[in-house]
Ligand binder design. Sequence first.
Ligand SMILES: CC(C)(COP(=O)(O)OP(=O)(O)OC[C@H]1O[C@@H](n2cnc3c(N)ncnc32)[C@H](O)[C@@H]1OP(=O)(O)O)[C@@H](O)C(=O)NCCC(=O)NCCS
Length: 440
Amino acid sequence: MTPESDSYVVRPGRASDAAELARLHASVQLQAVTGGQPHPGIAAWVEDLLDGHPSVVPEDFLVAEDAATGCLVASLVGLRQYWSLAGVRLPVAQVELVGTAPEHRGNRLTERLFAALHQRYAADGVPVQVIEGIPYFYRRLGYDYALANDGAPTVPAAVLPAIEPDRSNGLAVRPATVADADALARIDRRLAGGDVLLCPRDAAVWRYEISGRRPADLARREVTVLVQGVDVGGYLVHGSRLSAAGELNVFAAATDRSADWPQAAVAMHIHLAQVGRRYEASAQEPFTAVRPILGPEHPLVRLSPAGVPRRPRGWYVRTGDPADLLARLQPLLRARWQAADLQWPEPTLIIDMYGRAARLEFTDGRLAGVTAMRGAISPSTDPGTHAAIPPGALLQLALGYRTLPEVLDTWPDCLLRDLRTEQLLTVAFPRVPVQVWPRN
Ligand SMILES: CC(C)(COP(=O)(O)OP(=O)(O)OC[C@H]1O[C@@H](n2cnc3c(N)ncnc32)[C@H](O)[C@@H]1OP(=O)(O)O)[C@@H](O)C(=O)NCCC(=O)NCCS
């Protein structure tokens, strides 16, 4: 990678960077929590990421080296994974561990690392990048809020003991072992065919989540399985300690059969109450609540005791190529239009994204292909343009975060040629519930 100035060299990570990267990130991340001390959970996470993590190779880190000293002074990592958007397999990179040593801040190192990362994903065909983090900051780097994976009410610990165990109907929750990995992968494969946004794990990844991480790794979770006798019928993934607020986070929950949810939710809440009390005893900190990092429409949340409402946080998302994203969604668009019995009477439909455009081609009323093209100079007046949609709005639509009526309500520069276009695009982009527990 070419140095961009005399002072710093930006390059891919190497396995031999592990100790230095662990030190760098432990001393810059979550410093408000440690009071300025190195964070052992961050150090262990970095070591895990550079030591056989199933979603990362050392080159997935990008680092900035001080050219004068050779020291690593800034870095980030992208974790490659596939998500399933209502059955369509979507390559995604989850960006983590963005950090610059204090004495090197303000030199555009983060900006340069992201530019290199985006260039890499453009070349490798990874259409979507996701990051959680500092409010507004990543907008400056081309990200928009276009996903929310939480917003479920927090359930106070005090209401949990009221759950009646006999309503679990023989379902119970126990810690997972690596022998459960195949069953967990099978459940994810089935869920990935459903109408949600999901990050499915295969058996190797489940094994890693169950037993592969260092105990101190900040990203380590407790994986438990829902069982009836010896049969594995679901999973529940929660924190391995209480948060600073005394909350027990829940990251994922699933059942193999949706009919099991009423009993499964009882068994899961009983388990969470037991775990919360156990953590309370060992940490000698009060267990205050169960905090599902799940959407309000998640079955576990709908079947939960009443909690305290929370405003959903947003996740930042970026795509370098919205037309490519649409092209990947073709099977889904076709299925949605077919289910609504909708056909398009013209040979093409042009969606202009103010700079770039996507040309949707139709044969006998059915979608036959999507290609990228240059946008019109003035899409709002161009007679060949059917829809002018700002790229951020298109991303929200494509991921099922906002519906077309919501986008039309909030984006005056989202313009549609006629009612027929509006009808087609409304059906193309329904809201999709998010059940993503990302790989990190
Ligand atoms: C956030 C961080 C990575 C920025 O690194 P950097 O290399 O200095 O960033 P750049 O030089 O590319 O960009 C600097 C710009 O970002 C802004 N910025 C830096 N930290 C910021 C923050 N926490 N919130 C908002 N803006 C911030 C600076 O004010 C500067 O703005 P300007 O261009 O208007 O002067 C660095 O401050 C850091 O390591 N912080 C601690 C770890 C952290 O919070 N990581 C992010 C986790 S999501």
